[in-house]
Design a protein around this ligand. Sequence first.
Ligand code: FPP
Length: 232
Amino acid sequence: MGLLYSLPKRYHYKLQAATTDLSGGRASLVEKEAELPEGMNRELMPKHVAMIMDGNRRWARQRGLRTSAGHEAAVKSLRKMVKLCRQWVIQVVTVFAFSSENWIRPKMEVSFLLSLFERSFKSEMECYLRYGIRVPRDSSQLPTSLQKFINEVKETSKNNTRLQLIVAISYSDKYPLSHRTPSGDSRLGDVCGRRSSGVLVDVVEAGTLVWRWVFWKQQQRRPRGPRGKDER
Ligand SMILES: CC(C)=CCC/C(C)=C/CC/C(C)=C/COP(=O)(O)OP(=O)(O)O
């Protein structure tokens, strides 16, 4: 499921202050700005796009595949989405990748995901150097090697300015996020009759929304039109 939103101006500086500023200085890596699809207006494009990386298990189940295949496929989708955002000159991309609630998933799945983070950070290093990676507020729960690697990426790419990629790992709506609204702990399980991650609800309250309720993996393929019955 993906959620696109743009934050009102007053939130931008806080968000940017909380992230690592990264860019791609290398000419060979610079992609051209892409033409926008018909009906989309460059002036109305959001500066910040947020995505929740869920739907992976459902995607795998529907194809008779293992859960891990769904997560692997999500990483490929992420790569495409980030590339597209870059071409569309979106400045910040936030991916909600692993919530604090996800720690109680089966041990095997959790360790698979942690190794997937590490593997994909490494294999996508060149690509991520153009972007920003936000270090979790409290990374003590993450394996030391992953923490170390996140810090390395942060350091290596600190002069980048083109696009910031914020990867939220072990995020929770219980943490005092920089863009939390004054209403405090406003966890909601349901927005517009649909399930949503609590942490995004704060953003939902704060921002202008463009909703696209689609399975994460299907974003590239689904033709425009009415929502499918498998969405939630
Ligand atoms: C480097 C980088 C950002 C890597 C991303 C790794 C990754 C795929 C993270 C998502 C993990 C996750 C808990 C997804 C939720 O979908 P789900 O399992 O809840 O699926 P469901 O909604 O169908 O149950």
